[in-house]
Structures are given as C-alpha cells and as structure tokens.
Ligand binder design. Structure first.
Ligand SMILES: [Fe+2]
Ligand SMILES: [Fe+2]
Length: 174
C-alpha cells in the first residue's frame, strides 16, 4: 500500500517535471521565433511586421544593414574603411526611418507620439556618440554595436512600432 502510494507520488512528480521542461522549451522557442532573432542575429519574419508596408520595408532595410555588420564580425574584417562605411550607412538610414515614422505620427495625431519619439531620440543620441576614428578595439566595438542594435531594434519594433502600426491601421493606413 505504502509503495503504491509512493509510486503514485513519484509519477506525479515526474509528470510535473516534464510539464516544467516542456513549458520552458516552448517559452524559449516562442521567444526565439517571436523576436526574429537567430544565432545572435536578427532576421526578418512576419512576426516583426507592424502591418504598414512602408514601415515594414524600412525595417527590412535596417535588418539588412545589421546583417551586413554581422558579416563583418564573421569575416573578421575589422578595418576602418568597412566599419566607418557601414556605421555611416546605418546612421543615415536610422534617421531616415525615424523621420518617416515621426511624420506618420504627426499626420495621424498619434496619442503616444511623445514616448515613441523619446525612444528614437535615445538611439539618435547613442549614434551621435559613436566616432569610429576614436575606437581602439574594432572587434569589441563592432560586436558590442551589433548586439546593442539587435536588442534595441527587435525590442523597439515588437513593443513600440507595433503599437504605432496598429493605431495607423485603425486610422485607415496600410
Ligand atoms: Fe519607431
Ligand atoms: Fe521603426
């Protein structure tokens, strides 16, 4: 009797452990697919779409620039020319893209405009502080910049741009 009871408890314990590991696996997998991140790189996936074509196209272009920074990391070509060119391209494109979103916010009278623009300002300020001619360790710099951009962009698109996209859609934009 005691052994039967003990076995039942052990089985319940086993089942609970299984549930825990399965749910942990799915939580991790969901996060992985949802953020569009893979192997420390960001990839376009429909889960990143904000539902507004012009914004999605620009996000794809930003992701492609980040992927090219990733290529520099992979090929280990940490020379000043390739790094300064790609950082300048990123800097320009981020500004073009933010202006586009901000024009849409203005035009549509977006109620969360101020907090959204504050986030854009934070990245613009960060980019303003980057001076590739002042960098001692290109490898470290490019790795840190890459990781920062992947985190920033995936977080911003999923949390902030998606809210803007939903509002624009509700107001007849597509
Ligand atoms: Fe944005
Ligand atoms: Fe954006």
């Amino acid at each position: 009797m005691f052994y039967k009871f003990r076995d039942k408890i052990l089985n319940v314990d086993k089942a609970l452990r299984k549930c825990y590991y399965v749910s942990r696996f799915f939580r991790k997998t969901k996060n992985f697919v949802f953020t569009g991140r893979k192997d420390n790189m960001i990839q376009w996936s429909d889960s990143l779409s904000v539902g507004i074509e012009s914004i999605d196209e620009q996000h794809k272009e930003l992701i492609s620039i980040i992927q090219r920074i990733g290529d520099i990391v992979k090929t280990q070509s940490f020379d000043l020319t390739s790094i300064s060119e790609i950082v300048a391209e990123l800097d320009d494109y981020v500004r073009v893209h933010f202006s586009h979103e901000e024009e849409l916010m203005q035009e549509s009278d977006y109620p969360e405009k101020e907090t959204h623009i504050k986030q854009h300002d934070a990245l613009r300020d960060k980019l303003d502080t980057i001076n590739v001619f002042d960098v001692d360790d290109y490898r470290k710099f490019i790795n840190e910049t890459l990781m920062f951009l992947i985190d920033w962009l995936s977080g911003h698109i999923l949390k902030v741009d998606k809210r803007l996209g939903a509002y624009l859609q509700e107001n007849g934009y597509n």
